[in-house]
Design a protein. Sequence first.
Length: 392
Amino acid sequence: MKNCVILGDSKKFSRVINSVNGRIERGVLPGVTLRVMLNGECVLDYTAGYSNIEEKIPLRRDSVFRLASMTKPITAAAALWCAERGKLRLSDKISKYFPAFARSRVGKLDGRGKVAALGAAEREITVEDILTHSSGLGSGEVGDAQFASFPRAHVRTPREAVEHYGEWLLDFSPGTSQMYSPLAALDVVAAIVEKVTDTEYESFLRERIFLPLGMTDTGYNLTEEQYGRVVKMYRLGDSADKLEPHEMGREGHDGFPAGAVSGCTAMFGTACDYTRFAQMLCGDGEFGGQRVLSPESVRLMRAPHFKNGFAGMDEYSNWGYTVRVRQRQTENVQELSPLSYGWSGAYNTHFWVDPELKIVGVYMSNMSNAGGAGAITAFEFECDVMRSLKDK
C-alpha cells in the first residue's frame, strides 16, 4: 500500500496488514498505527493511511491520537502507585475523601424518563468498586440521565466533577453488579489521587508515570507542536461505507472543554507512548530500567475480580482494575490467551497484554463511532495477531 511505514516482519504479519489496508482502501478507516511486541522485542510496527484525508496528510508513527477510555488503565496505575506507598487503600470508602458519598442512594427512571430515588444504597462505594466498574456510579440509564444535564463543558478537573457526583443516584448498590462507567466514576479515583498526593492530577501522572517511561507525547494539555500532530477525527456515515469529518478542535473528548483533565478520558497520546505503558504492565511494573509499579500491584490490576456468573459479566470476560480480563479462548469468538487483559477507547484505540506469552498489542486510529471495546477493528486486530503468531 502507498503511504505506509513497516518495521518488523511484514510477511509474518501479512494478515494483520492486509486487514487494515483493506479498510483504508475501502474508505472506512482513515489511517492506523499498529505495534506488536513479543518478549520485549518489536515484531510489528506499521503505520498507513492519513491523519487528514482531505489534505492528504500522511499518518506518522508519532501522530497523536485521542485515547478516550484508554485513559482509565493509567488512572488505575496511579491509584496503585498511591496504594503501594500507603497513601490510600483500595478498600477505602470514597466518603473518606469526599463525605457526600456517605449518603449514596440508588435510583431508577420513572415512566416519564425522569430519575427517581429508590432508597439508600446497601453499602458505600469503595475505591476498588470504582476500579472494577461495580460502583453503580454513572453506569447505566440512571447515570446517563444525570450526565445529560451535567455541565461537563465547564468542568476542567476531576475535583470539580466529583463535587457534582456526590449527589448522583446510583444505578445499583455497590458490589452487587458490574456495569461499565464510561465518563464518571474514574474521575473520583483521579480526584482522590490529587488529594492524597497534594498534586494536580496531570502533574502527578507526568512525574510518576509518563516521564519515567519516556511517554513524552502523552497528556491532556499539549504543546503547539504536539497539537500539530493530532490526527483529525472521522466518523462512519449512516450507510457505514464512507468517512465523514467529525470536528473536535482541541477537545480531548466530545463535550469536554479543551485541556480538561479526567480520570476517565480526554487524554492524548501516541502508539509508541502507550506501548511503553503496556510494556511496563507486561514487565510486572518495570520498563526500560524504571520501576513504576510493584509486581504485586500489576498482578492485582490484571486479576479477575468476579466469580463466574456475577451479574453483568459474560462467560468470556471478567474485570481487573479498569481492564477487561479474558477468561476463555474460543476460535472466532475470543482468541486471546486466557488471562490476557487490556481495554479500548471510544475513538477506535485498543491495547492488550498477554502476561504468559509476553505479547503487547497496540492499535491506534481515531473514529468517533467505531464501537469502542466492541469495535470490529479491535477484534480483527486481536485475531489476526494471534493467528499470525501461531503460523509456522
